[in-house]
Design a binder for this molecule. Structure first.
Ligand SMILES: [Zn+2]
Length: 310
């Protein structure tokens, strides 16, 4: 119960709300609310945002600007990568005899037109999506380039192994070689007294001259054979074999792994031989080759003459 001061009687009397008074009051409150709503509406339509929304809007604009500003950096990276790719295709890959990577393969692995559909309708969405697409492109190219470098590296390892294995040096030291008593090719055989193909090179050398493996490989056989006498045969892999015949003795056994230049035995005159010499033979896929073609360096003038005269 509320009271009010009656100024006529100077007494407090209970305040009685008549329906009329109540209605008047409610109308005032209602009117106030309507005026407030109209004012708020006017304010909102004039400025468009609540203070909180204004902060968010400002942040968003900053983020969008930030994302778009990366466009230039990403383009620069794509350009640099394009240079690397070009070097890869015209220098690195050809150097190890691998074909260039086709553009279609380099650009595979990205795309997907619908990936950024959710950006539609957002302000500056085209610019933002462009940034993301360029990033995807960069990512795809980097991964493909990494794979290409892996291929090149694998090939380099293969080539290194190949050149280490392929017979490439003399089997006896130059100072131990007295002369070449027989070249590769057809000749009148001194023992059989008829024309035969000579499948290797004969180095006349004193008995006991050191004989070396001419490339990395594994000893396939080290034994006595009727024609070759004491003979060592090395499997170099890649289809290559080398044979060292008429040895006085060998110091390796079947299965031994040899490095190029490793001592394998000493020259002699065992088997079918008219005098102390080393018979040196190279086979590629079991077909004999002229050993003189295999020397990386250290060719004597007369050996060079033999090669160019054929
Ligand atoms: Zn021979």
């Amino acid at each position: 119960m509320k009271y009010y001061l009656d100024t006529n009687t100077l007494t407090y009397k209970p305040l009685i709300s008549t329906p009329q008074i109540m209605f008047k009051r409610i109308s005032k409150i209602f009117l106030g609310l309507v005026v407030l709503s109209i004012l708020s509406f006017l304010l909102l339509t004039k400025y468009g945002y609540t203070p909180h929304e204004l902060i968010l809007k400002k942040s968003n604009e900053k983020y969008v600007q930030e994302i778009i500003s990366y466009s230039g950096h990403i383009q620069a990276l794509n350009d640099t990568l394009a240079d690397i790719e070009e070097n890869d295709d015209v220098i690195y890959r050809p150097f190890v005899e691998i074909k260039p990577l086709p553009k279609t393969i380099r650009e595979a692995g990205f795309g997907g037109t619908d990936r950024y559909r959710s950006f539609a309708g957002i302000p500056k969405s085209d610019d933002i999506v462009k940034v993301f697409r360029n990033l995807d492109k960069l990512n795809g190219h980097v991964q493909m380039q990494q794979k290409s470098f892996d291929d090149v590296e694998e090939m380099v390892t293969f080539i290194e192994g190949f050149y280490a294995a392929k017979p490439g040096i003399r089997p006896i030291k130059r100072e131990d070689e007295i002369f070449i008593s027989s070249y590769y090719g057809r000749r009148f055989h001194p023992v059989y007294k008829r024309w035969k193909t000579h499948h290797g090179v004969d180095y006349a050398a004193s008995i006991g001259s050191p004989v070396y493996a001419t490339g990395d490989g594994i000893v396939k056989t080290a034994h006595y054979a009727s024609g070759y006498g004491k003979v060592v045969r090395i499997n170099h892999g890649y289809g290559y074999e080398s044979i060292y015949g008429h040895l006085n003795r060998f110091i390796v056994k079947r299965g031994d792994t040899l490095k190029r230049g490793q001592l394998l035995g000493y020259s002699g005159s065992t088997g079918v031989s008219t005098g102390p010499h080393l018979h040196y033979e190279i086979r590629k896929n079991n077909r004999t080759q002229n050993p003189l073609y295999f020397y990386i360096d250290d060719l004597k003038d007369e050996e060079y003459e033999v090669i160019v005269s054929k």
